[in-house]
Design a protein around this ligand. Structure first.
Ligand SMILES: [Zn+2]
Length: 308
């Protein structure tokens, strides 16, 4: 019986792999450094297929019992054609027919997807979004992005580029963004911006967000105030999306979500004060449940619901 799915989560720093069993549990894992195999896409794809093979061997799992490989990538992915259009943070990845190459190398069905969409799929079916038909799963980290589940389906848009909430501007003028725009949400609440902000607040340029989280946990008022102000910014960035899409739930994941408990009251306050009444009354804001595993678990959803 086909019961296992191999999940692969490609990041700019690490590639994570996991065997996801029928109950969405990750029974075996592997991780390797992306940087070590960065010389060419072929080199990274070879490392992925070798790691898939050794994971299956380690678990004594035959290919016959594997439904397929679901792989999430940090960039623009043509899900239908199986082509990675562009990975902004991994050099050389432009129009790579990943699905075809990996299928030939492993002999297994392969589905590819944007990493934030993979996380949204995982949280929707097995995490904080279970039972909801309309949700926004937002990741707060180096990048700020969102996976959209609308009417019980993932919404990707015709160019597979939907969900870029981090590039919705908060102001008419503001800091220039890598996307070509100005004053994008990500330029205010992405990791780089938050670290700079924290540096100013604490008069210590090398303070990390983890340190500010720990300070808040210890009850440090300046740290608590910092996360409260971040929550106000996050809430402000969500207003337009909530008014536009009328979601039932917003799930917040990514590295910065560890401080969710300190941001949540301020996020809620902004939403109650500024979002239109119907949309505000229907939406709940919750922290992601699956943490770093959301993408791997999402591979199971991707493979079992595949249309392409
Ligand atoms: Zn931008």
């Amino acid at each position: 019986m086909k019961q296992f799915v191999v999940g692969v989560d490609v990041g700019g720093t690490n590639v994570k792999l996991g065997i996801v069993d029928a109950s969405s549990r990750i029974s075996l894992r592997a991780v390797f450094s992306t940087r070590k195999f960065i010389s060419s896409p072929r080199c990274l794809i070879k490392a992925i297929s070798q790691n898939v093979a050794s994971l299956l061997k380690e678990g004594g799992i035959s290919k016959k019992s594997v439904c397929g490989i679901g792989i999430g990538l940090p960039g623009l992915v043509d899900v239908e054609k199986g082509i990675v259009r562009l990975l902004p943070n991994i050099p050389g990845w432009k129009n790579v027919p990943l699905k075809k190459i990996l299928k030939a190398k492993t002999g297994l069905p392969v589905q590819i997807e944007n990493d934030v969409n993979m996380m949204a799929l995982g949280e929707w079916k097995y995490g904080a979004g279970q039972g909801y038909k309309n949700l926004i799963c937002m990741t707060l980290g180096t990048g700020v992005g969102a996976g959209l589940i609308l009417n019980n389906e993932i919404y990707r848009g015709p160019g597979f580029a939907a969900g870029e909430i981090g590039h919705a501007p908060l102001n008419e003028h503001g800091p220039r963004c890598g996307c070509g725009g100005y004053a994008c949400f990500e330029r205010y609440v992405g990791n780089a911006a938050l670290q700079k902000w924290a540096g100013k607040v604490f008069h210590k340029s090398n303070i990390t967000l983890e340190e500010v989280f720990c300070l808040a946990r210890e009850g440090n008022t300046r740290a608590l105030r910092f996360w409260q102000d971040v929550g106000t910014k996050v809430g402000t960035g969500l207003i337009g999306a909530i008014n536009l899409l009328n979601p039932e739930r917003i799930i917040i994941g990514g590295g910065v979500s560890s401080s969710f408990q300190f941001m949540a009251p301020a996020i809620r306050k902004v939403i109650d004060a500024r979002v239109m009444q119907t949309q505000a009354s229907l939406v709940s804001i919750i922290k992601a449940k699956l943490g770093d595993d959301a993408g791997l678990v999402g591979a199971r959803v991707l493979i079992s619901s595949r249309k392409y």
